[in-house]
Design a protein. Structure first.
Length: 139
């Protein structure tokens, strides 16, 4: 299975998703042999830092309209051959890409339970497979 992971922060940044998303990606790659690409925002000084994952970075310091446009284009390019999108950040940009291109068939959202109904009713009415994760961490 080919998966695109979208996340707002990723190592070397520090924070919640930068801590647990690499663990999830490691689990999916090592235990299930999935092919995973990651799209994240990054500061200028972190744009060229390499790590063990396939990571595409967008400069979070770009002017907002240009950053959103760049992010939507990058999501579209990366997601074209994917079976699934794991959204842990950049959710609005993923939804805009979906609306603009009507391309995505499977989207995995990592959301709080209170947003579940909103997603099903408004965001992804045409998706064939949507899974809502309330809490999952590889053990």
């Amino acid at each position: 299975m080919k998966i695109l992971v979208t996340v707002g922060i990723f190592p070397p940044d520090i924070g919640g998703p930068a801590t647990f998303v690499p663990e999830i990606v490691n689990h999916l790659q090592n235990e299930h042999n999935y092919e995973i690409d990651i799209l994240t925002l990054s500061d200028n000084q972190n744009l060229n830092i390499k790590n063990e994952f396939s990571v595409s970075k967008i400069n979070r310091n770009l002017p907002l309209p240009y950053r959103w446009f760049s992010t939507i284009l990058k999501i579209y390019r990366l997601a074209r051959d994917k079976d699934l999108i794991f959204v842990n950040g950049l959710g609005t940009q993923v939804n805009l890409t979906y609306i603009l291109y009507l391309h995505f068939l499977k989207v995995l959202y990592n959301l709080q339970q209170e947003y579940t109904e909103l997603v099903f009713q408004n965001s992804l009415p045409q998706a064939k497979n949507v899974a809502i994760l309330h809490s999952w961490m590889p053990g």
